[in-house]
Write a protein that binds this ligand. Structure first.
Ligand code: SF4
Length: 651
């Protein structure tokens, strides 16, 4: 049986404001409300179709527009601004709120400090404060009293109309105890109190309660809270469309109440859908039997996902109340969105971390369950000496955290890598092998080592390497691991060797990066391997690429070659003849005239023609001459040439 509370839906003030707006729209064709008339998007859209539009500021209205002040009321300065803009103002402020405006204006005038018990950001409270020049003190919690009220204050206390009566009494008493010169006006609206009392009574008599109203409406949220205190199964619906997501179980006595902003037509739609969905074949005895299923904190149970919201997932556990998984309890990954983790209809295994029969709530967690299972895996790995794999997620004081099987493992800095690292953050994001070296169950602390496994792997790789060396192997395939200014470290199957920069190329290079990059797969030759120190020197450049071998075939004395100036020194210029071989053009061989310095004639990058005048294969030096290709000029008698330095080379 479905029973609707008499007080469900619009209160007097909201109903009155909606009627005023409808009538005004009928008469004027188009009117505006300053802010949405009520907290209900469906109703705001219905009114829009009737010609009632929302503006957010008086400055959005034009002269001649009709603007309705909603039931919450507005500060005096807002109302004044509307008149200044020549609008037709219709004041639909609820008369009960209007009474508070009058009280605070008069009492402030008499010199009393106004205290409003309520939510400082609620439009009604902002409107009330604006009637005493925004001088009021707003209090919502008892901790605020001592810092906001002094014993010598002269105080007049009023309340937000929808404030909870019991809390009002408590705060008022505390204020009176703090300050003797206090008088008050109980301005809590009886409509709110009546609705809440009726909801509590109905919830006590019902097997299931349905609360209708906007999810952002505070008075609807309060109704839901009250109903949960007295009824084990409570559904909060904004409208009939919520049936699809919530799939409510409606059986036995079903009570229905609605917040002050729920319009009649939405309540009727929900009731109609409820009639269609009520489970007539579900007996009260069956549900009672279900209610005898007991759940305790620490249970691990299975259930079916029956609803998903942006912040929560509802799970049918076959228990009298559905379980709720908060979004933060869904996965180890922070910011996981519920719809990305589960779907309606999914069977999920969950950990029960809270059962409250009083509130009718069951708190569930998938994340905790993963952690519990992970602890089991990690503990067994420790006991059985099995290594695990984990991902390093963060650097902490003294080491890093690696996550394996959903469990956080502390890896001390000394155990995080096989080599010392000054900056551990380079490890974050890496998947690494981990050996559990200590577990403290009481403190729930697990300590692991990556180094122990890497060192073992290295020892094994080293003995395999020496077996190959002993068998005469010289050539290895490797992967470039790191680059330094003096060379490249290459992994040749679990152990690292160094290719010195001079062994990377036959050409002069300034950095190993000119030849190889980290991750490159390259073929290397063992140049030297020391079994005691473990140092391995590798070669990368190939004998057949040796430019001097090529030069033997290509270069001869008296050949005329094209060359590129690569370096200029005081005694001449070096020019590249073929890649890897530079010849020296001595200053005396640059021109057939006397020159003071090579730069007078040549610049780096110039291409010149020169004759090879000498090749010394032993010292690997080539002498070039441009002058040899030029006609000789007769020396001038009056300008004896300065003696040029003897021929030199850099090598
Ligand atoms: S709750 Fe009371 S005071 Fe507020 S608008 Fe409704 S009738 Fe008026």
């Amino acid at each position: 049986m479905i029973k609707l509370a008499k007080t469900a839906g619009f209160c007097f003030g909201v109903g009155r404001a909606v009627k005023i707006a409808e009538d005004a729209a009928k008469e004027k064709g188009r009117v505006f409300t300053l802010g949405p008339l009520i907290h209900n998007q469906g109703e705001v859209e219905r009114l829009e179709k009737l010609g009632v539009s929302v503006i957010l500021s008086p400055d959005d209205a034009a002269a001649g527009d009709t603007v309705i002040i909603r039931s919450h009321g507005v500060p005096l300065e807002t109302e004044t601004r509307l008149y200044e803009r020549d609008t037709n103002v219709i004041d639909a402020t609820c008369p009960f709120v209007k009474r508070i405006h009058t009280i605070v204006a008069e009492e402030a005038e008499k010199g009393y400090k106004i205290v409003i018990i309520g939510d400082a950001n609620h439009p009604e409270v902002l409107g009330i404060n604006g009637r005493c020049n925004n001088t009021a003190t707003v209090i919502a919690e008892e901790e605020e009293i001592s810092s906001k009220i002094g014993p010598s204050d002269r105080i007049c206390v009023v309340a937000q109309t929808t404030f909870e009566r019991e809390k009002w009494k408590k705060l008022l008493n505390l204020i009176k105890n703090t300050c003797k010169d206090t008088h008050f006006f109980d301005t809590i609206c009886s409509a709110t109190n009546e609705r809440q009392c009726e909801a509590a009574k109905l919830a006590k008599e019902s097997d299931v309660m349905v609360v209708i109203g906007d999810k952002k409406s505070s008075n609807t949220a309060k109704l839901r809270e009250i109903c949960k205190t007295f009824c084990p199964l409570v559904y909060h619906m904004e409208d009939a469309a919520d049936f699809a997501d919530l799939k409510p179980k409606l059986y036995g006595n079903v009570g229905v109440t609605a917040g002050a902003s729920a319009p009649d037509w939405i309540i009727k739609e929900v009731l109609y859908t409820m009639e269609e969905n009520i489970q007539k074949d579900v007996s009260f005895e069956e549900e009672l039997k279900k209610s005898l299923v007991t759940l305790s904190t620490g249970d691990i149970v299975k259930g079916t996902v029956i609803g998903i919201t942006p912040t929560e997932v509802y799970v049918d556990l076959g228990y009298k109340s559905d379980g709720v998984i908060d979004a933060s309890e869904l996965a180890a990954t922070p910011d996981a969105k519920p719809e990305d983790v589960v779907k309606v209809g999914d069977e999920v295994e969950v950990y029960v971390y809270r059962v409250s029969d009083v509130e009718g709530t069951v708190g569930l967690s998938i994340k905790k369950l993963a952690s519990i299972k992970g602890w089991k895996v990690v503990s067994e790995a420790f006991e059985n000496g099995v290594d695990l794999e984990g991902k390093i997620t963060e650097v902490v004081n003294g080491g890093v955290i690696a996550v394996s099987n959903g469990v956080r493992i502390f890896v001390p800095a000394s155990q995080a890598n096989d080599r010392y690292l000054s900056d551990l953050s380079v490890l974050v994001g890496r998947t690494v092998p981990i050996r559990i070296i200590d577990i403290n169950k009481a403190r729930r602390k697990i300590v692991g080592s990556v180094k122990a496994i890497l060192n073992e792997q290295k020892d094994k790789a080293m003995s395999e390497f020496w077996e190959k060396i002993d068998a005469g192997q010289k050539e290895f395939k490797g992967v470039v691991k790191t680059l330094t200014s003096f060379g490249a470290f290459v992994d040749i199957g679990g152990i690292d060797g160094l290719v010195h920069i001079s062994e990377l190329s036959w050409n002069h290079i300034k950095s190993p990066a000119e030849v190889v990059a980290v991750g490159d797969e390259i073929n290397v030759t063992i140049l030297d391997a020391n079994r005691e120190t473990g140092k391995i020197s590798l070669g990368y450049k190939k004998a057949e690429d040796n430019p001097w071998a090529i030069a033997q075939e290509k270069l001869h004395v008296d050949d005329v070659v094209k060359a590129k100036i690569v370096r200029i020194v005081p005694f001449g210029a070096f020019a590249e003849i073929i890649p890897g071989i530079d010849g020296l053009i001595h200053i005396s061989q640059i021109s057939n005239k006397r020159i003071a310095k090579p730069q007078d004639v040549l610049a780096v990058g110039d291409e010149v023609e020169a004759m090879i005048t000498d090749i010394n294969w032993e010292t690997k030096k080539v002498a070039l001459s441009i002058r040899a290709l030029l006609p000789e000029e007769a020396p001038k008698a009056e300008a004896p040439a300065e003696e040029a330095p003897a021929s030199e080379t850099e090598e």
